[in-house]
Design a protein around this ligand. Structure first.
Ligand SMILES: *[C@@H]1O[C@H](CO)[C@@H](O)[C@H](O)[C@H]1NC(C)=O
Ligand SMILES: *[C@@H]1O[C@H](CO)[C@@H](O)[C@H](O)[C@H]1NC(C)=O
Ligand SMILES: *[C@@H]1O[C@H](CO)[C@@H](O)[C@H](O)[C@H]1NC(C)=O
Ligand SMILES: *[C@@H]1O[C@H](CO)[C@@H](O)[C@H](O)[C@H]1NC(C)=O
Length: 631
């Protein structure tokens, strides 16, 4: 993410549009064996979760394309559901403009095609270098065009095709390394879209990310853990025009929320992604749909009732350091990120998310062993959240036993799948969790205010300097949560601000990113003396953004790597490409920009797996040392 921006002195005032709809990303490529009935079952499940439509993702030139769309739209008609196209330009190369045009023309007037203000919605996964195609496609079809062109960032995507996009879908919805999930990237989109003339933001939300498909060059995890809880609060603060859940049925990346379906698992068969084992088999995620009706209706400002109290629990089946990683990294050097051991990104916790109409006690193992909630909704009605260390059930035989006790109708979640304290199934860690759910009493309780009448009441910062977190924690609770510096983590009824002190506030270090925060903190009686002062200071901008996470800037070969990749590691790690299975990173900081790729072709290390080092170096022309040979 190179497009982070920061703005702390003034609040953004983008023109928010009405929250319109919630979609789920549907991988058509997995439906080779689908019957009409299969499509109908999936659509009925999505409809029950109050999802408005499927974004039908399809790569170019798929053999069953026309049959699949025919079945999908027939099923949508039969079930009263909707769908729209999301043309995938990365899966199998770019789509031909004529083919896109043919499909949109064929289906745009279908009663089951999703429309916004009478315009058929069309999206993409990537393809910004074909943006010009869309100028005439839009003219001919009059579609509402909201592509995901995340690889170009908001500015690049808005400029593409002479500004052809009517809005943008931002794919990025996971946390960086072990950090909490932030919204700096989202606000970069919100700000750029507002500046471009009130264009629409489609915000992504995803419960997890783990993929181990080495044949397809993918083997990493991003932080899941609490993001499914945290991201809803970000949505409630940002109030985007659309949200899209990633995904309905992308098994390979572990973020599916659809019912398990072994007819869709061809990718795990030999010769495909080459996964070490099928990491989704017997790992249901259905529980993640349980709270969607409440959450989606809240997003749409409908102030829904709780309906039925329920508790959803998710966890991995073994501790993160019991077994080998399977080569999986936390983060990925392939996207110029600092890599971690996956156990340093995915924590050994059990995650508990409950929808309750009243306060309730949380306990693990036995009723008396109570735990505090980490998150309680304003007015005690809505979503509760907690994490509990896995060690607490390991010492109890690995049986997860979560008990939530409102005054009546206690709810117990006790799945059959245990957590292993030594070893793991398949001898390689499965970084994908299972999700379990149990229901309690019916409830007609509602949150004390609709979303439109809620403000920010809690927040944090995810910055390289801890001072921002100190300040945001104070200011965000009183609805001063400037999106360039802070992340709002809870909305609710406005709290009364403390009496005004009349004291001015200035950043001790002069960094203008602190200005608004210091001003607000002093005005309402918070005086963190190491950060803010009442005397004006000389504005001294930081040399680089305190909100951009550090990357690798130097490295050496791991001692165990043979042949030694010292030279290659030193070269590539310097430019943020530092794969931890081969190199160790010895220095972190802001990114040194890498020289451009000037040479085609493929290289590999003569010896053990080089994790892409030879390609990274040799393609840049100036350095292609001895262990590298043509692949
Ligand atoms: C925050 O700091 C970065 C780095 O100095 C700067 O680029 C950015 O403009 C700053 N933002 C504000 C609002 O001061
Ligand atoms: C929508 O498309 C499906 C599949 O091609 C078709 O069966 C149905 O009749 C179409 N509906 C309308 C209203 O065109
Ligand atoms: C990387 O580290 C090595 C060993 O400390 C040092 O000699 C080299 O100059 C460093 N490279 C850069 C680009 O800083
Ligand atoms: C690869 O390494 C082996 C063993 O060190 C060596 O014999 C061989 O010549 C090398 N191949 C190339 C193409 O350099």
């Amino acid at each position: 993410m190179k497009f982070l921006f920061a703005l702390a002195t003034a609040m953004l005032a983008p023109c928010y549009v009405q929250a319109q709809a919630a979609f789920a990303h549907f991988m058509v490529g997995n439906t080779w064996g689908f019957t009409l009935q299969d499509w109908e079952n999936n659509m009925n499940q999505a409809k029950a979760a109050k999802i408005d439509a499927f974004a039908l993702n399809l790569a170019a030139n798929w053999q069953r394309q026309d049959q699949a769309f025919n079945l999908a739209f027939k099923a949508a008609e039969n079930t009263g559901f909707k769908a729209f196209f999301s043309f995938d330009y990365a899966g199998n190369g770019p789509w031909a403009a004529s083919e896109v045009l043919r499909l949109v023309q064929q289906y745009k007037n279908n009663g089951s095609y999703y429309k916004s203000n009478n315009k058929p919605l069309v999206s993409t996964f990537e393809g910004p270098d074909h943006a010009n195609d869309w100028i005439s496609i839009k003219q001919t079809t009059n579609c509402l065009f909201i592509p995901d062109w995340s690889s170009w960032g908001p500015q690049g995507a808005l400029a593409a095709g002479n500004g052809v996009a009517d809005g943008l879908f931002n794919w990025n919805s996971w946390a960086y390394g072990p950090n909490p999930l932030a919204t700096y990237g989202d606000y970069a989109y919100v700000d750029a879209l507002a500046t471009a003339g009130n264009k629409l933001y489609m915000m992504a939300i995803s419960p997890w990310f783990f993929t181990n498909l080495p044949n397809w060059g993918k083997n990493w995890a991003w932080k899941g853990d609490e993001v499914w809880h945290d991201r809803w609060n970000h949505i409630f603060h940002i109030k985007p025009a659309f949200i899209q859940i990633i995904s309905w049925n992308d098994w390979g990346e572990s973020h599916y929320i659809a019912p398990l379906d072994n007819t869709q698992w061809g990718l795990f068969e030999p010769g495909n992604g080459n996964a070490p084992f099928n990491y989704v088999d017997a790992m249901p995620h259905d529980g993640w749909r349980t709270h969607l009706p409440f959450l989606i209706d809240t997003y749409k400002n409908l102030n829904p009732t709780v309906g039925q109290e329920s508790v959803v629990v998710w966890y991995r089946k073994s501790l993160g350091r019991n077994c080998g990683t399977g080569g999986t990294t936390g983060n990925t050097a392939s996207q110029m990120q600092l890599e971690y051991h996956p156990a340093d990104v995915l924590s050994d916790n059990i995650f508990v998310m409950a929808l309750l109409g009243r306060n309730a006690q949380l306990a693990i193992n036995t009723v008396g062993n109570t735990k505090a909630w980490d998150y309680i909704p304003d007015g005690n009605v809505g979503i509760y959240f907690a994490k509990i260390p896995m060690s607490q059930v390991i010492s109890n035989g690995g049986q997860v036993h979560v008990i939530v006790t409102p005054p009546t109708n206690p709810i117990t979640v006790q799945p059959t799948q245990l957590i292993s304290g030594t070893g793991c199934p398949n001898s390689v860690t499965n970084w994908n969790p299972i999700v379990a759910v149990a229901a309690g009493a019916a409830s007609t309780a509602r949150a004390p205010a609709t979303l439109a009448n809620q403000v920010c009441i809690k927040g944090i910062a995810v910055a390289n300097e801890p001072g921002f977190n100190t300040l945001c924690q104070f200011t965000c609770q009183y609805d001063y949560c400037p999106p360039g510096a802070c992340v709002c983590t809870q909305t609710g009824r406005a709290k009364t601000r403390p009496p005004e002190t009349g004291q001015p506030g200035y950043p001790v270090n002069g960094d203008p990113n602190y200005s608004g925060l210091c001003q607000f903190a002093h005005r309402f009686g918070f005086f963190p003396t190491s950060l803010c002062t009442t005397t004006p200071t000389t504005p001294t901008p930081a040399p680089f953004s305190p909100f951009t996470p550090p990357v690798c800037r130097n490295g050496t070969s791991l001692p165990s790597t043979s042949p030694s990749y010292d030279g290659l590691c030193s070269y590539a790690c310097n430019f943020a490409y530092c794969p931890i299975n081969v190199c160790q990173c010895t220095e972190t900081g802001p990114q040194h920009p890498a020289p451009p790729q000037t040479v085609g072709g493929s290289w590999k290390g003569n010896g053990s797996n080089d994790a892409g080092l030879c390609n990274f170096a040799c393609r840049r022309g100036s350095y292609c040392p001895a262990p590298c040979i043509p692949a």
